[in-house]
Design a protein around this ligand. Structure first.
Ligand code: SAM
Length: 436
């Protein structure tokens, strides 16, 4: 990358780095990562570079923290504006993205700090730290993969999924997620036009793409929606007759609602977040699908008439989505998980109340934590004697070897290969109950 310096022009690549640093800073402060779009950086190549820097910094967060700890003897300076975000982006580039050029990583980091009043006094430190990192880049490149997963999760995941799974989890974390779609109609010509591979059921996978999602064939005509292959499993397991009344609790942005409508059910979609409900409505409109929509708290919603089926996609720690949201595993504390466990219990109780006798309840979470999955099933069966487990059969979910437990609970994780395809899938837990 070449830099030019004159009084009118900023150095090439600086603007994208400043934008990337702002976005990374907000994620470090606790926000979810949302990729930069054309309104943030108009030039598509610059935008791709900025997103690559941020996602690499987030995927490699644990290793980069280790490097920072080794290089900053006095720790991260306090009240230092964009210093940490710029440092993390620059280390991501220097160590893990050598094709972007080591010189520009150091030069642009220093230039970025000079433009931040709260951090400009640290530009000398930035220069010195990055030069030392550069000198040790081979050592840092080969840091152990187990640094990529925080201790909070490492041990529970080894217990729950085994040692081998952890190495597939770190591979999946670094590789990121391909784009999975659920098709409205299974048209081979559309699958070919998308350059997609069939996975399971009506899910297909696009490994690489050269354009935004909205520009892919069939988007404008509403012929598919974006949905991870794991996320598409629960709604297929309801097994009711077409026309059955189904309540989709915690429905927005509507991936599972769309599947339920496609199955021919009369669907009521409920979510407490009005903005997310607007997105659900827009998504259903694009697909040409209709549902009754309700904005309400799923813990207290009291329908006039019960439902034959209830799908509860409960709010959770979302640790199963780390391929797309690597930040979740660094943001979540043990107390967050405990908080979500109690919300899930309140929602399970009300989901049960909304269910007719003889009806089917699906409970699912995109979490890898047994407290939010298997342990919730034990709790529900104890608290709600009229509930019984309706075991999920392995043949209901195709060839996902080992994903269904002997009790009939479904547990996916990023080390599984849906349809034999590489790229993993989200971590999801699904239990199916019937009401006496
Ligand atoms: C995992 S997302 C749901 C994804 C959705 N089912 C899909 O397939 O597209 C969880 C949703 O739960 C909603 N939510 C959280 N707490 C809720 C509550 N108490 N009542 C209703 N919705 C809630 C959030 O607004 C969010 O949209």
């Amino acid at each position: 990358m070449s830099e030019r310096f004159d009084c009118k022009k900023e150095p090439a690549g600086l603007a994208l780095r400043l934008t990337a640093a702002t976005r990374l800073r907000s994620v470090l402060a606790g926000d979810n990562f949302v990729a930069l779009d054309a309104s943030d950086i108009a030039d598509s190549r610059d935008r791709a570079t900025a997103n690559r820097l941020i996602t690499t910094a987030l995927r490699r967060h644990g290793q980069i923290s280790f490097i920072i700890h080794a290089l900053l003897e006095k720790g991260m300076p306090g009240k230092s504006g964009s210093f940490e975000a710029v440092l993390r982006l620059s280390l991501a580039q220097l160590i893990f993205l050598p094709d972007l050029g080591a010189h520009s990583a150091v030069f642009l980091a220093v230039e970025a700090l000079k433009r931040d009043k709260k951090a400009q006094h640290l530009s000398g430190l930035m220069n010195a730290v990055l030069r030392r990192a550069q000198a040790n880049s081979a050592k840092y490149w080969s840091l152990a993969d187990d640094l990529l997963i925080p201790d909070t999760f490492g041990d529970t995941w080894v217990d729950a999924y085994g040692e081998d799974a952890i190495s597939s989890f770190t591979d999946a974390l670094i590789a990121g997620a391909p784009l999975d779609l659920t098709l409205r109609d299974n048209d081979p010509d559309l699958i070919a036009a998308l350059g997609a591979m069939p996975l399971m059921g009506d899910s297909v996978r696009i490994e690489t793409r050269d354009r935004p999602v909205e520009a892919l064939p069939g988007y404008a005509e509403g012929r598919w929606w974006v949905q991870d292959a794991a996320s598409a499993l629960p709604a297929r397991l309801l097994g009711l007759e077409a026309g059955a009344r189904v309540l989709d609790l915690c429905a927005a942005p509507g991936g599972k609602t769309a599947q339920l409508i496609k199955s021919g059910y009369a669907v009521t979609a409920l979510d407490s977040d009005a903005k997310r409900m607007d997105r659900l409505k827009t998504n259903l409109d694009r697909l040409g699908y209709q549902a009754e929509t309700v904005t309400a708290d799923a813990a207290t919603f009291a329908p006039d008439q019960g439902f034959d089926g209830v799908l509860l996609d409960a709010p959770c720690s979302a640790t199963g989505t780390f391929r797309r949201h690597p930040e979740v595993i660094w943001h979540r504390m043990a107390s967050d998980i405990a908080g979500r466990v109690s919300i899930q219990r309140a929602l399970l109780i009300n989901a049960f109340r909304c269910l007719n006798r003889g009806g089917v309840l699906l409970y699912c979470v995109c979490s890898l934590e047994p407290e939010e999955g298997e342990a919730q099933v034990d709790w529900a069966l104890e608290q709600l004697p009229d509930l019984k487990l309706l075991p999920i059969r392995p043949d209901e979910i195709g060839d996902l070897a080992g994903a269904v437990s002997t009790k009939g609970l479904l547990r996916t994780h990023p080390g599984l290969a849906p349809g034999g395809q590489e790229g993993g899938m989200d971590g999801f837990f699904v239990a199916r109950f019937g009401r006496h």
